[in-house]
Structures are given as structure tokens and as C-alpha cells.
Design a protein around this ligand. Sequence first.
Ligand SMILES: CC(C)(COP(=O)(O)OP(=O)(O)OC[C@H]1O[C@@H](n2cnc3c(N)ncnc32)[C@H](O)[C@@H]1OP(=O)(O)O)[C@@H](O)C(=O)NCCC(=O)NCCS
Length: 159
Amino acid sequence: MIAVAKDLPLRLRPMRQEDVAAIAALEAQSYDFPWTAGIFRDCLLAGYTSITLERDDEILGYSIMSVAAGEAHLLNICIAPALRRQGIGRRMLDYMLDQAVAAGAEKLFLEVRPSNRRALKVYRKAGFEIIGVRRDYYRAAQGKEDAVVLLRRLGRAPS
Ligand SMILES: CC(C)(COP(=O)(O)OP(=O)(O)OC[C@H]1O[C@@H](n2cnc3c(N)ncnc32)[C@H](O)[C@@H]1OP(=O)(O)O)[C@@H](O)C(=O)NCCC(=O)NCCS
């Protein structure tokens, strides 16, 4: 168990299959095109680094990352709406960066919708750089939306 902040009784721990229903519910509150419960179960079966944030027995956030061949890919990060803008997303991101380093990754990639300004701000503040755009990557209300591709080189301080 990892304390997220001394003054908050929040803990990070490995995600378990029995978390998936609550996580899928939080996902549905947080995204217009949410992952299904099946996608979370598949991530666990695939052995991805899957982390649950909880207080008491309440699930309040999660993050999932794959690591292979020295490259990490942050696939999802989410904090419960009531807990946002308190620095918790950043702390969770920092934890995932540490996990990526521990797993031998030299780079961490992620994709984000350009319309997700708050997430882009979190990533830029954490030292990610924009390295490209994937055209029509996401489903959108009307057609498709591009993805902005971000990279954080690991093992060096953010510029
Ligand atoms: C993205 C997300 C994980 C950020 O978590 P969070 O706990 O709110 O983020 P933090 O409080 O750590 O924010 C760190 C910085 O990001 C920026 N930021 C965060 N939320 C913001 C908002 N709503 N508006 C503007 N800036 C914001 C701020 O610059 C903040 O720094 P500050 O403390 O100086 O204000 C959270 O908003 C979330 O779960 N969103 C829904 C799921 C999602 O979009 N995930 C990302 C998919 S790529």
C-alpha cells in the first residue's frame, strides 16, 4: 500500500478483478466513450500495470499502463470527479512514471483528445512533450477526433 498524501487517507494498490464493476462505473461517469468492464478485465489478464486508488473500501481512481521493450504506454488514468483538481491525478501520474522506470522503460507514451484540456495541462506540467497527432483516432459525437501523442522521457527531470 502506498500513501498518496500524508493528510489524505487515500491508498494506491494493484487492481483486482473484483474492482472492475466500480471502476467501469467511474469510467462511465468520466468519458463520453468509456471502456467497458471487459476491457478492464482484459488489461488485468494481460498483466498490464493496473492500479486502483481507494479510500476505505471506496474506489476513487485508477490507472493502467503497458510496458514492453523499454517503452511504456499509459492507457488510462482517471480520478473521481469529487476529488479532481487537488493534485491527486498528478500524484497518480508520478506513481505510474515511477512504475515505468522500475519496469525498465526509458519512455512513456500516451494519447489524449485535444479537447481534453485539463488532462493535457496535467501532462504538460508533468514534463510530457507533444510529439505528434494521430488523425481520426477516437470516436466522437460527430465522426472522429484526433489524438495528440505525448512522450515523457524517463530517467531525467522534466524541462
Ligand atoms: C485528467 C485527470 C486525471 C486529472 O486529475 P486531477 O486530480 O484533477 O489533476 P490534478 O489536480 O493533479 O491537476 C494537476 C494540474 O492539471 C491542471 N488541471 C487539472 N484539472 C484541471 C481543470 N479542470 N481545468 C484546468 N486545469 C486543470 C492544473 O494545471 C493542475 O495544476 P494546479 O494544481 O496548478 O491547478 C482528471 O481530470 C480525470 O480523471 N479526468 C477524467 C478522465 C480523463 O480525462 N483522463 C485522461 C485521459 S487521457
